[in-house]
Write a protein that binds this ligand. Structure first.
Ligand SMILES: [Zn+2]
Length: 60
């Protein structure tokens, strides 16, 4: 069982370690949680969430 989780920052595609929940930059959008490498990416995402959400879905 892994203790470390990795998520992709939806804005810049950088890997984000999800460790202590309190320190992680994240936001919820339509019941999905998105993790960010930095506050600037979080800000960019919030300006235009649909753009990045759609991009992530297309990849699956
Ligand atoms: Zn980022």
């Amino acid at each position: 069982m892994k203790h470390q989780k990795i998520a992709l920052c939806p804005v810049c595609q950088m890997q984000v370690e999800i460790q202590g929940v309190g320190r992680v930059l994240r936001t919820q959008y339509y019941q999905e949680t998105y993790y960010f490498c930095s506050e600037s990416c979080l800000r960019i995402f919030k300006k235009n969430p649909e753009d990045y959400v759609r991009r992530q879905r297309d990849r699956d």
